[in-house]
Design a protein around this ligand. Structure first.
Ligand SMILES: Cc1cc2nc3c(=O)[nH]c(=O)nc-3n(C[C@H](O)[C@H](O)[C@H](O)COP(=O)(O)O)c2cc1C
Length: 228
């Protein structure tokens, strides 16, 4: 499978979320060799969309000539887009948001309804693509935190997207937490194997992966004691 990993963490390979993403990719590779290309968004020259809509009327050419040209062509050559990013202000880090806005050339101005909401009709064939979001956050639980980002991702890409949300994510960067993070990464690796085999992750496994690794009160106590 041709996989494009779009890493939205400004920490690049040091990203704690990328530890989850690497475990997932290792699981996919356990099943069969994958063709993976990785982009660290922070390294790319991506102008902000200026809202001229030129690309939606001219078949998909943006007025800017920057790194989005290559990224768009990488997207069209991939089968799987894997977005890996930390939750920032209940959404995505700004450089990644700039990239997502610049996906506008993929769609035309024509609108259609899916019964519940409207979306733009593609002006490129995107039917070969599936989507994964792997998102880590700093708070201890997943309630009233990840929801806006999950909804935005599904609206932007697909209701069928595979979504892993990881609370207590900074624990992946703390060696003292290995006792809980290592088994969690094993579960993620198993999820990668399942995804490579069936394009899905079993609900029970996904729920376990997205659950807190230690009780939230304990996590908050540890964070607060080191914050002073
Ligand atoms: C600017 C900024 C905004 C953040 N906003 C949130 C947030 O809304 N909710 C949350 O739980 N964590 C938030 N965090 C914490 C990060 O999601 C957390 O540190 C994450 O583990 C970083 O992952 P990374 O190592 O992959 O970059 C924020 C961090 C920063 C720097």
């Amino acid at each position: 499978m041709k996989i494009l990993v779009i890493n939205g963490s400004p920490k690049k390979e040091a990203s704690d979320t990328m530890k989850i993403t690497r475990a997932f990719l290792e699981g996919m590779n356990d099943v069969s060799g994958q063709d993976v290309k990785k982009i660290h968004v922070i390294d790319k020259d991506i102008q902000y969309c200026k809202g001229c809509f030129t690309c939606m009327h001219n078949g998909g050419t943006c007025v800017y000539n920057d790194d989005m040209k290559e990224i768009l062509s990488d997207i069209l050559e991939s089968n799987l887009l894997l977005f890996s990013y930390p939750l920032y202000s209940y959404g995505m880090p700004a450089p990644l948001k700039a990239l997502i806005d610049r996906l506008l050339p993929l769609t035309s101005m024509t609108m259609r309804s899916d019964g519940e909401r409207y979306e733009h009709v593609e002006q490129q064939d995107l039917s070969h693509l599936c989507y994964i979001m792997i998102c880590g956050c700093g708070f201890p639980n997943s309630k009233k935190n990840f929801e806006p980002a999950v909804l935005a991702f599904k609206n932007a890409f697909s209701e069928d997207s595979t979504i892993i949300t990881m609370p207590e994510n900074p624990m992946f960067g703390a060696p003292a937490a290995d006792i809980v993070t290592k088994p969690r990464l094993e579960l993620v690796r198993e999820a990668g194997r399942q995804f490579a085999q069936s394009g899905k992750i079993e609900k029970d496994l996904l729920d376990e992966i997205c659950s807190p690794m230690i009780p939230e009160e304990e996590y908050v106590r540890i964070v607060n004691s080191s914050a002073k």
